[in-house]
Design a protein around this ligand. Structure first.
Ligand code: MV4
Length: 453
């Protein structure tokens, strides 16, 4: 095992990684920007070094500066967390070149899954179902129209380098497709430096269900069941849970086995997630692979009892997985909500100083949080300030615990989305498990409140 690692991240996830390092007796090196000098991850780590100015391009994304700090501090490995450099193949390659272990998969695997077109092609080869569509870049709008006619409308026009809905558009006919093509292509080119486009059949009102994987460097790979993350607002996840209220045992097993097949086919190592779209008939289709630790990993930890960060460290250090698929348990139900510093009416970010912060407490409540009373939420980073995870013997119990917890939060000085989270959790449709990707549009009004329509 490593004796010292550098954590190339900030906020709650940096603290989460530090916690597991402390448990395992691993020394931690934090990095921070000028805006984060007083942050908790700086205080909690054994050592901390400034990397630059507030903006991420001048700090948390400065590859060479981060590598030089790792070398100076003799950190043996770098944990990238999520976001920032976590899916940056160039960064993973630079670590490798400098003899530093990147805690994640191989750089070429990151690059391959970063291209949605290549990922589709690879998954098809592995025998994993993909959404009907093409797995090559469209040459021009005429080819797009030809292909779409073959698939049948409506279709989703997507950017190969896309994510978060950028460069993606639903089109119902050829006229719309022709109007949409160039705009999305140029948006993708300017956002990602890659304008490659493809089309897929549109799956109506699907669920987003993802499989958590752990794969070691000795050919062993297991799935830690699924998480359902269908409750999203503008491609931001809001509520996640495990297990999914929608899956039956057979579909769950088929999805898990497909995900393991995918990981083995590409030589995947470390923790990773295969995202699937699941339609109303429970057909599932590969959507994307996330080659990092995910924000919502705690719900999986709560139902399996497995510390995913610990497993990441062990795998990166060359250890074999210490358990088999048959030994992965599934007990109870866990729900996570993401608390954002945002105006509940306008959904705009709400930076400022937190003047009061009182958290709900209880044995079935877990917090992942990096702010406290007096903390300043700046406009430079993701507005997610905390995650609350509720556990119960079943889904109903977890929901009840979460609703109670949401009522007990006392946060002053900034605005949060807690009213919207309460509206979701108390909604009859949510409680009945009608958790599709249209949930927020269907049941939440523009003010973040409930509707019964
Ligand atoms: C889709 C889809 C329906 N059909 N693809 C949204 C983000 C991007 N990663 C993929 N997304 C979607 N792709 C086909 N062929 C619906 C969505 C989608 C969605 C997916 C997961 C979670 C929430 C979503 C909200 C709107 C649309």
């Amino acid at each position: 095992m490593f004796s010292k690692i550098l954590i190339a991240n900030r906020g709650e996830i940096a603290l989460r990684i530090i916690r597991t390092c402390q448990k395992l007796g691993i020394q931690t090196v934090a990095i921070y920007s000028e805006a984060d000098a007083n942050s908790l991850h700086v205080k909690q780590a054994d050592e901390a070094y400034i990397v630059g100015k507030a903006r991420v391009n001048e700090s948390y994304l400065n590859i060479e500066k981060i590598i030089s700090i790792a070398k100076e501090t003799k950190a043996e490995a770098i944990h990238p967390g999520y976001g920032l450099l976590s899916e940056n193949a160039t960064f993973a390659r630079r670590c490798e070149e400098e003899g530093i272990v990147f805690i994640g998969p191989q750089p070429d695997v990151i690059a391959k899954m970063g291209s949605k077109i290549e990922a589709r092609q690879t998954m098809a080869e592995a025998g994993v179902p993909i959404v009907p569509g093409i797995s090559f870049p469209l040459a021009d709008v005429d080819e797009a129209a030809n292909v779409a006619n073959g698939i049948g409308y409506p279709v989703m026009l997507k950017a190969s380098a896309g994510g978060g809905g950028i460069g993606m558009q639903l089109v119902y006919d050829e006229e719309q497709l022709r109007k949409a093509f160039e705009g999305n292509q140029s948006r993708a080119a300017s956002f990602f430096g890659d304008g490659a486009m493809y089309v897929e059949k549109y799956i109506d009102n699907p669920r987003h269900i993802e499989i958590q994987l752990l794969a070691d460097a000795h050919g062993n790979c297991v799935y830690l069941w699924e998480r359902e993350c269908s409750i999203q607002r503008r491609h931001q996840k809001v509520v996640e849970e495990a297990p999914s209220p929608f899956l039956d045992e057979e579909t769950r097993r088929k999805m898990g086995e497909a995900a393991v097949r995918a990981a083995k086919h590409i030589g995947y190592t470390n923790a990773g997630t295969i995202e699937f779209l699941v339609d109303e008939q429970k057909n599932f289709y590969f959507l994307e692979m996330n080659t990092r630790l995910q924000v919502e990993h705690p719900v999986t930890e709560e139902i399996t009892g497995i510390d995913i960060v610990e497993q990441q460290l062990r795998i990166a250090a060359g250890e074999k997985l210490s358990f088999t698929q048959a030994e992965v348990k599934r007990e109870g139900h866990a729900i996570e909500v993401r608390i954002y510093a945002e105006d509940p009416n306008t959904f705009f970010p709400s930076p400022g100083t937190i003047t009061r912060l009182q958290l709900p407490e209880g044995e079935h409540i877990r917090h992942e949080i990096a702010v406290q009373s007096g903390s300043v939420v700046t406009p430079f980073y993701d507005p997610m300030i905390a995650k609350c995870i509720a556990k119960g013997s079943d889904r109903q119990a977890a929901i009840a615990t979460m609703i109670e917890a949401l009522h007990e939060y006392k946060i002053e000085g900034i605005k949060t989305n807690i009213p919207m989270l309460t509206a979701v959790l108390t909604h009859e449709a949510f409680q009945q498990g009608h958790t599709t990707t249209n949930f927020v549009n269907m049941y939440m009004n523009k003010k973040g409140g409930k509707t019964h329509a």
